[in-house]
Design a protein around this ligand. Structure first.
Ligand SMILES: Cc1cc2nc3c(=O)[nH]c(=O)nc-3n(C[C@H](O)[C@H](O)[C@H](O)COP(=O)(O)OP(=O)(O)OC[C@H]3O[C@@H](n4cnc5c(N)ncnc54)[C@H](O)[C@@H]3O)c2cc1C
Length: 416
């Protein structure tokens, strides 16, 4: 049986492993954490969001970034310190502005397609992940951004998505817990939300049932692909990512490798002779545990995106509310900064009558390509494949990209 090694047990790696195992491959998954879904797929915004697929490559985004640069509580923050990776990535991001419309439409199509695959996986494997099919409501505070959103709606429509304009009154009818006033909004009934960590862990268990082998607490330190096979050199790591001194490197031999390593994909691609220009765009979330009846009653059920604050919410069952946002360009830095968590808490207090004392903060690194499109492709060397770079939409898109990369590998199966 053809043996595929998947590097990374986040949402992209686990959905890929599942599809590959189902297609009849022998599959091994390697990850540097003790459990699947411990990095960016841990506590994200929760939105399965075809309505948030407009790529960020625009002059307006650049203008906002410059305006916000010196405000530590701004939704988008750029550390101006010199870094070749950061500035070359930004240059490529700017060069992609001309593809804004085409890439937005393509992402919308993929997001719509992904829904059916994700729901089918959950149903087939009996995975509970606090799925809420109540739609996503985008909120706008002024006429200008509302008009910009109307233009984006036309692009989403080209991609096959219907979202409807709603008035301030209709916003409050859709989500009665909201206390703010708005210029208007857009509602996408077909969007949904769920817990990415629960889903990924549940699917990983389903993978094991299908015979997938998980190597956890192991870091791939070297990868070599030749005409005859792939050798992955790995070392055991502890919770801090430190190598166990006594443990010598080991090698996993396989027929092909699939890189699904989130922000680790860039360095692995370099080892394999490819350039995959993923940049770590940091974001933050808080998870509010709704322990009292007042908080449970006053927390929203419909998923929200506040366009001014760039904050999203997802209700994760009766007793949790996830609030996420911010984009920070500051390298591979995982610090949870108090001054970046504060705006999320402030936003909740301004908009809802909720207890926020037991909010659990988190930070994650979005693996973002300059064109904001996932990379689903062959490497330059035979036996090398990528399914990575899903940026701010990995939860939304992974079920579709896993199917795509599995079809790609299956089409090469005869020569692997
Ligand atoms: C604040 C925030 C909010 C978000 N909200 C949403 C949302 O609402 N909707 C949405 O669709 N998306 C959202 N996203 C994006 C989404 O979470 C990510 O796109 C997705 O989790 C990325 O998954 P991944 O599998 O590519 O990466 P990860 O989940 O990071 O998995 C990669 C894995 O590779 C492993 N790895 C890397 N290098 C190595 C190595 N050398 N050896 C061994 N293992 C290695 C890591 O340990 C990790 O487990 C959000 C992200 C953030 C940060």
């Amino acid at each position: 049986m053809t043996h595929i090694a998947v590097i990374g047990a986040g949402i992209t790696g686990v959905t890929s492993a599942y599809c590959l195992a189902r297609a009849g491959f022998e599959v091994s998954v390697l990850d540097r954490h003790r459990y699947p879904a411990m990095e960016t797929s841990f506590a994200n915004g929760g939105q399965l969001s075809a309505s948030h697929t407009e790529v960020w490559n625009s002059v307006a985004t650049l203008q906002k970034a410059l305006r916000w640069m010196w405000h530590s509580d701004a939704p988008l923050l750029l550390n101006p310190a010199p870094s070749w990776h950061k500035y070359s990535w930004i240059a490529e991001f700017i060069a992609q502005i001309r593809h804004h419309d085409a890439n937005s439409v393509a992402t919308t199509r993929m997001a719509i397609e992904a829904r059916q695959y994700l729901f089918a996986m959950a149903e087939a494997e009996g995975i509970a992940f606090d799925l809420e099919k109540r739609g996503i409501l985008h909120l706008y505070h002024d006429a200008h951004t509302l008009a910009e959103a109307a233009a984006a709606t036309r692009l989403l429509k080209q991609g096959g998505l219907e979202r409807v304009a709603v008035t301030n009154e209709e916003i409050h009818q859709l989500e009665p817990t909201l206390t703010g006033q708005y210029a208007g909004g857009f509602f996408t009934e077909s969007d949904s939300t769920g817990d990415i960590h629960q889903f990924t862990r549940g699917l990983a268990r389903a993978c094991e049932r299908k015979g997938v082998t998980f190597y956890q607490d192991v870091q791939v330190v070297q990868a070599e692909a030749s005409e005859t096979g792939v050798a992955l050199h790995w070392r055991a790591v502890n919770e801090l990512g430190e190598f166990a001194a006594a443990a010598p490197p080991e090698v996993l031999a396989c027929d092909a490798v699939l890189v699904c390593a989130g922000v680790g994909s860039r360095s692995l691609a370099q080892m394999l002779g490819d350039r995959v220009n993923v940049y770590p765009v940091k974001g933050y979330s808080i998870t509010l545990h709704l322990d009292d009846a007042r908080s449970r009653a006053n927390a929203p059920w419909v998923s929200l995106l506040d366009e001014h604050a760039k904050i999203v919410t997802s209700r994760l069952g009766e007793s949790r509310l996830r609030v996420a946002g911010t984009a920070e360009f500051n390298g591979e830095n995982r610090d949870i900064r108090a001054d970046r968590i504060a705006p999320l808490l402030q936003w909740v207090r301004e908009n809802f009558d909720l207890e926020t004392a037991n909010a659990v903060p988190w930070a994650g690194l979005r693996p973002m390509m300059p064109n904001m499109m996932p990379v689903i492709q062959r490497g330059q060397r035979r036996r090398v494949y990528y399914n990575t770079g899903h940026g701010h939409l990995g939860w939304t898109l992974s079920a579709a990209t896993a199917e795509l990369v599995t079809a790609l590998i299956a089409s090469d199966a005869a020569v692997l």
